[in-house]
Design a protein around this ligand. Structure first.
Ligand code: PLP
Length: 406
């Protein structure tokens, strides 16, 4: 008899975005003429930067010609892209990362979800609450948690992010093995400074733990003093892996390209305490299970680092940040306590009521879709997340409608 992985049955049945979609569908059926403005799901709305489009078109033409055609590529990505990333995203910022420590992929969702496969099933996981739900769900699937009760899974060390700690988690008061950190944070928009991140690196080194650092929103950091990468912190090469994505940086949510940095010094241990290179394990895992990213898409990603591409992605990020500023200011003027929206496209709003109740209110009274904070963890109860990923016109309309509705 074929049996299932019963850990899947521990997952909460409706994944956050599926439930939001269902409520949106219900609303649209009841109000077919009302235009909905989506400030919920964190998908970008602007077309690809022209530098990326041109590079992709050129690569497609190469694929059409026998002389320049490329078949199976290296699963870790082409050197032309890995080298640009290492130089521009790391070495230029003083972070010691080499091209062969970069693994190109089709998304940070898969990478941040899959990386835990390399680690022991009984490893203790610490993760922020609230946070991007993929970290928790993939560890539930892997069997690293107990049952669900009162909004929490047994066996997980939750790092509460609240107003009191300005949504930056404190170190756990017990040893843990896997630590997920996400800065700038989804959903709160909080950022971390070098000193704060340094404490986590020291903690991981003391405890022989591993930090899985998600920097998918790095492009939105405005303050030059803030770290863009965990590898700007001394000692991080030994204890950290970093996930980066072109999704929010360059509008690649439909095109798909991301990368994961696994330094060669980063170790995990056998039950006999023998160190094993995570770089070697991830290389082996990706060579076996991952097909790589298509050549035209990698050429498009490479164009992000051209002079024109760099200007264009900066302009993209700035336009979303301008929207974020408007949302934050407007909601503050309406009397709501808000964080985020400065180094991040997300604004985290204390709704002063149940998160789903506030979601329904904004949808039904203003036709605006937000994300209820509780979908990101128990500490998100009472909050909603608004995203700046939309046109200026829609954002202006949305804040006006919210103002009227409230
Ligand atoms: N990491 C965080 C924190 C995210 O919010 C998201 C998407 O919303 C991702 C990763 C997914 O990135 P990708 O599109 O590269 O899979």
């Amino acid at each position: 008899m074929i049996r299932i992985n019963e850990h899947y049955l521990k997952l909460q049945s409706s994944y956050l975005f599926a439930e939001i979609k269902k409520r949106m569908r219900d609303f649209q059926e009841m109000h077919p003429d009302q235009e909905m403005i989506r400030l919920g799901i964190g998908d970008v709305t602007r077309g690809l930067p022209s530098a990326c489009v041109r590079a992709m078109q050129q690569a497609v033409s190469e694929m059409a010609d026998n002389a320049t055609f490329r078949g199976y590529g290296p699963e870790q990505g082409y050197d032309f892209l890995r080298e640009k990333i290492a130089r521009h995203d790391f070495q230029d910022r003083g972070a010691d990362i080499a091209a062969d420590e970069i693994f190109i992929s089709d998304g940070s969702k898969c990478d941040s979800g899959n990386f835990q496969e390399l680690l022991a099933r009984d490893a203790v996981v610490a993760l922020p609450d609230p946070v991007y739900p993929v970290y928790l769900d993939t560890n539930i699937m892997a069997g690293r948690t107990g049952e669900y009760a009162n909004g929490r899974y047994q066996g997980v060390v939750y790092l509460d992010c609240t107003k009191e700690n300005r949504f930056v988690p404190s170190l756990p008061d017990q040893p843990v093995d896997i630590i997920y950190l996400c800065f700038p944070n989804n959903p709160t928009g909080a950022s971390i400074d070098k000193q704060g991140l340094g404490k986590w690196v020291d903690f991981a080194r003391r405890n022989k733990a591993l930090i899985l650092f998600d920097a998918a929103y790095e492009i939105f950091i405005q303050d030059e003093g803030l770290p863009h990468s965990i590898f700007e912190i001394e000692g991080a090469r030994e204890v950290a892996v970093e996930f980066r994505s072109f999704s929010k940086t360059a509008g690649f949510t439909g095109t798909r390209c991301a990368y994961t940095v696994v330094p060669k010094d980063c170790m995990a241990y056998t039950s006999g305490s023998k160190p094993v290179s995570l770089h070697d394990l991830w290389f082996r895992r990706q060579s076996t299970k991952f097909n790589g990213v298509s050549y035209p898409v990698q050429r498009a990603a490479e164009a992000v680092y051209s002079p024109a591409g760099r200007d264009q992605v900066r302009e993209f990020a700035q336009s979303y940040l301008d929207n974020a500023k408007l949302i934050r200011r407007s909601l503050q003027e309406m009397g709501f306590d808000c964080v985020g929206g400065i180094h991040s496209p997300y604004i985290w709003i204390d709704g002063q009521r149940d998160a789903w109740e506030f979601f329904d209110l904004l949808l039904n009274k203003a036709g605006v879709v937000c994300t209820p904070g509780v979908g990101f963890g128990r500490c998100g109860q009472g909050y909603i997340r608004l995203s700046a990923f939309n046109s200026r016109e829609n954002v202006e309309k949305a804040v006006e409608r919210i103002g009227k509705a409230l």
